[in-house]
Write a new protein. Structure first.
Length: 356
């Protein structure tokens, strides 16, 4: 067997592929948890707007959720919907996304109303949050809609060739002009924003050239250009404008380029991969552990003795470790695992947004 064919054989190995995808999931988890830890401390006036940590967290605005969604599309394409399994596919997605939306999202929304700024959201807002999201779990609403759209396209044969898929991707890109931050009914605006990245993940799995030494070198060179471009808007825009800018054409192009560069980098890191195996639990519960740890430390008046940066580091660690411990705890109770994570506990611990 030639070196090239040996490399291709390893690349096609399911274990190698899973490690690569879990590595990127782990990276996405780090970026997401760090952002919400920094954002929480900024809102609590424990960090200053414009500080180095805040700017660093904001510089990944164009990567966090697009990367999660790109990976969701890639994993979906490994086992796409078929006509004879449509009912099972729909039931599985409703269970996987809908149960956490109700049993995790609703309590989180109620907590947000109770602990949030006065007048920001009402009790009615919290009760309606599965349909009109007010927490970070708007992403689950958006994913449900994306899977619905993709199932229709798949069964219609519109994702079966590079030309057809490219046409769908072009239409999805046009639709981003009506996208937004995920607020509103069923996070429709968020689904429109993220749909192109899901389709890009499908394209990467089905039609892209397989990563090689040449593509890795290109990916490294691309990242040297992309990273400064991601940081530039942080210097030019305020935080609110930065978040609004992510749906602009140039920002979507930057997000797509970032996802593809990381994919072709063909990076495998076992530490990140282990974290990535728990990415769904981390996504669902990280804000609970970040906020909880921050509130406890504030009640203990630790901010009088410990620098905010160290408190932030502890909350960041809680946001990563807490969800993992919670998932490992509830795996022994099948009904609890089902309603909190939308699936039965498996031998391979870890549920992920990307597998939803």
């Amino acid at each position: 067997m030639s070196p090239d064919s040996s490399l291709l054989a390893r690349m096609s190995s399911p274990a190698q592929r899973r490690t690569k995808i879990d590595t990127l999931r782990g990276l996405a988890c780090l970026l997401l948890v760090f952002y919400h830890a920094v954002d929480g401390y900024t809102r609590a006036s424990l960090l200053k707007d414009g500080s180095l940590l805040v700017s660093f967290a904001d510089s990944f605005t164009y990567l966090r959720m697009p990367l999660f969604t790109f990976l969701s599309g890639y994993v979906y394409a490994l086992k796409p919907v078929q006509a004879e399994m449509l009912v099972g596919f729909a039931r599985g997605k409703l269970r996987r996304l809908g149960l956490p939306l109700l049993f995790v999202g609703l309590p989180l929304a109620l907590l947000q109303v109770y602990l949030g700024s006065e007048g920001e959201h009402s009790l009615i807002d919290a009760l309606w949050s599965p349909l009109y999201p007010i927490t970070v779990l708007w992403y689950l609403d958006a994913l449900l809609l994306i899977f619905l759209i993709v199932a229709v396209l798949e069964l219609g044969g519109l994702l079966s060739t590079p030309l057809y898929l490219g046409g769908c991707l072009a239409v999805a890109l046009v639709a981003t002009f009506w996208s937004g931050d995920g607020s509103g009914l069923l996070a429709i605006s968020g689904a429109l924003y993220l749909l192109p990245f899901f389709l890009l993940g499908v394209w990467a799995q089905r039609f892209a050239v397989r990563p090689s030494r040449a593509t890795r070198r290109m990916a490294v060179a691309s990242l040297w250009l992309i990273v400064p471009l991601c940081g530039l808007p942080v210097l030019l825009l305020d935080r609110d404008t930065l978040l609004e800018s992510k749906t602009l054409p140039w920002a979507i192009g930057l997000s797509a380029a970032s996802c593809l560069a990381l994919y072709f980098l063909d990076w495998r890191n076992m530490t990140l991969a282990r974290l990535g195996a728990y990415s769904y639990a981390v996504f669902l519960f990280h804000t609970l552990f970040i906020s909880g740890s921050r509130i406890v430390m504030k009640q203990l008046q630790l901010d009088d003795y410990i620098a905010s940066e160290w408190l932030l580091a502890m909350s960041f660690a809680c946001g990563l470790i807490g969800p993992i411990l919670l998932q490992r705890l509830v795996r022994h109770w099948r009904p609890v695992h089902m309603v909190l994570l939308g699936s039965a506990a498996s031998r391979r611990e870890g549920g992920e947004v990307s597998r939803a």
